[in-house]
Design a protein around this ligand. Sequence first.
Ligand SMILES: Cc1cc2nc3c(=O)[nH]c(=O)nc-3n(C[C@H](O)[C@H](O)[C@H](O)COP(=O)(O)OP(=O)(O)OC[C@H]3O[C@@H](n4cnc5c(N)ncnc54)[C@H](O)[C@@H]3O)c2cc1C
Length: 382
Amino acid sequence: MRAMTGCDFIVIGGGIAGAGAAYELSRHGRVVLLERESSAGYHTTGRSAALFFESYGGKTIQRLTRCGRAFLQSPPDGFAEHPLLTPRGAVFVARADQLGVMEDALDHITTPGLTRLDPDETVAQVPALRRDYVAAGLLEPDAMDMDVNAIHQGFLRGARRRGAEVVLDAEVSAMTRRDGRWRVETRAGGFDAPVVVNAAGAWADVVARLAGANPIGLVPKRRTAFTFPAPAGIDTARWPLVIDIEEQFYFKPESGNFLGSPADETPSEPCDAQPEDLDIAIAIDRIERASTLQIRRVLTRWAGLRCFVADKTLVIGEEPGLPGFYWLAGQGGYGIQTSPAAARALTGLATEGALPADLAAAGILPEHLSPVRLRTDRSDAS
Ligand SMILES: Cc1cc2nc3c(=O)[nH]c(=O)nc-3n(C[C@H](O)[C@H](O)[C@H](O)COP(=O)(O)OP(=O)(O)OC[C@H]3O[C@@H](n4cnc5c(N)ncnc54)[C@H](O)[C@@H]3O)c2cc1C
């Protein structure tokens, strides 16, 4: 156990959110990142489907995703050895009874390049789709696969190069604020800084309670994924992601195999989420009804917690009444693709009290992200 370590910023949580925050904050002072597990990225970050698509989520999510695209497309020298994004494309599919849902979706998607497809055009994109299942399609040609591990490691490596310290096996168990500084206790020792960032993923409300902050009503929701063999004798490598317009299932090529999901959202306590057989069976049924893919064997399976607040948008900002306590939570199903912009938003707010100019120009306001928007009793928001 070491003696008290003083620094400028303490980041709690070593997933993509905490890693991105450490990377950006380390430009402004000394950062210590505290991660409970023996490897950063063990929880939701290591369990994603690794897709970047700008049409996903509400308006603020779409804007954050777009504002992070340039970083992922052309990261700074030394950030990663290989491209972080590779072309994939995404096709949303609707059955006849879902055509109204597709029209509604089009009302709030502002993604450039989104193209309507008729049933024949949809099946031409993914020949395994059943022609009698598909009533309409929507192509997002610029959707990309992400190298999540490279992004996560790039953030951590870059932060370390600027002097940040990443402390593993360091679960935060207590926090107090005195004389303008937060004192944070872990089994790896105590840490002390004027600013603390809560990037604890599914545990963000648990960590908030330790600090005496009001919870934001975060609900972790289990999502299951699995891989299965690609159909033999066909080159499927360039097929786009297929996703049901109501997000009832999706599938895509993945490293020579296929990745599938029932797109489940089962509320859960914060935990080490595990897949359930029933969810995999549901996914197989839905994928086989929509396509001619035959899933005889599941190769790997996993589950992770996607965490949402009521409006399904990220929570980034200072807790009212608790100076120096910042939220970086509620990453939902878009925490990887929004990570570059979310990290810069957090850093702008924590160091200058304002969002970076490009985010503001994209129409993102601090109040779109602030925890204050979630409180029914706003008396604490002064
Ligand atoms: C199946 C699936 C598919 C997905 N697909 C996509 C996708 O295609 N695109 C996309 O952008 N996103 C996707 N996501 C969502 C994305 O993975 C998450 O939004 C993102 O990983 C959340 O990152 P995080 O850092 O907030 O959480 P986490 O990765 O869970 O990190 C939080 C960390 O905080 C640590 N922690 C908690 N409490 C403490 C404490 N007291 N002290 C110290 N450390 C603590 C935890 O151990 C954990 O490591 C998907 C998720 C799932 C499950």
